[in-house]
Design a protein around this ligand. Structure first.
Ligand SMILES: [Ca+2]
Length: 267
């Protein structure tokens, strides 16, 4: 007689059920439950987030930076702790210049609370902001945690200088040199040489132009820095007829000529 595979499986299941019914199953006593060890790093506060805020600022301006300590950790006693004190460091060398003082701590703050502090830099340069967290400001410094640092570029206000006043003669190229200070490099230079208010006549620090009629002209330079700050500077260009020099005019008037006298001379 041929036994079908379904019948074989059924016989095996029935045998197993009968074996379990006649067997006494015992479980091992787990004993008292041991609480998990607190990892050593959790005996200290969590590190604050990297401070957030503007990274291109001017000297003398007040700016706000903020951080938070997310989640909670556990005190050395094993007790849950969610109030934290924070200190900001406004360093110039990657926060290694932190001077340890108990007085600068602010708080207490709750976890995940936005912690804001404002600051004014008086000197330009690359600055580094760190935030430190600690449970008790009277604790020793070894119990603090620090955030990654935020690099901030502090500059003075952007100032453009078109140079001049310039002088030259008709039909010859007059060369101009622009410069600037402060702001955030790199810079772009745009010139308005026809005084129509549009800085569309030349790009770059060095420019030149030719006038065909004597007179007094106004030219302007506009400087744009890396973060889009704009500064402008205006200067004068005195164009004389060929053969006429300011020295000759000086001799005529026996003093440096005024703008009105120059116009009279040209007319
Ligand atoms: Ca123009």
């Amino acid at each position: 007689m041929k036994i079908k595979s379904k019948e074989i499986v059924l016989m095996i299941i029935i045998s197993l059920v009968m074996m379990l019914a006649t067997t006494t199953i015992t479980f091992a006593d787990p004993g008292p439950i041991t609480p998990p060890d607190i990892p050593n790093e959790n005996k200290y506060p969590l590190s604050p987030h990297m401070p957030s805020g503007p990274t291109y600022v001017l000297t003398g301006e007040e700016h706000t930076y903020w951080t938070m300590v997310e989640g909670y950790s556990t005190k050395e006693t094993g007790e849950k702790q969610d109030e934290i004190y924070v200190k900001f460091c406004w360093g110039s060398i990657e926060c290694s210049t932190l001077t340890w003082t108990e007085e600068d701590w602010i708080g207490p703050f709750n976890t995940s609370e936005r912690i804001e502090v404002s600051h004014i830099w008086s000197e330009p340069g690359n600055k580094y902001i760190c935030a430190y967290s600690i449970y008790n400001p009277e604790q020793d410094a070894e119990y603090l945690k620090s955030s990654p640092y935020l690099e901030v570029f502090v500059t003075t206000e952007l100032v453009a200088d078109a140079g001049g006043p310039y002088e030259g003669k008709t039909q010859e190229a007059i060369e101009f040199v622009g410069q600037c200070s402060g702001g955030t490099p790199p810079y772009s230079y745009q010139w308005d040489l026809d005084n129509d208010g549009a800085y569309d006549d030349h790009s770059g620090r060095f420019a030149s132009n030719i006038w065909h009629s004597p007179g007094s002209y106004v030219i302007s330079l506009q400087v744009t820095d890396h973060i889009g700050d704009i500064a402008s500077s205006t200067t004068e260009v005195v164009i004389l007829k060929q053969g006429v020099t300011l020295l000759k005019i000086y001799k005529i008037f026996n003093e440096y000529p005024t703008f009105e006298r120059l116009l009279n001379l040209f007319n």
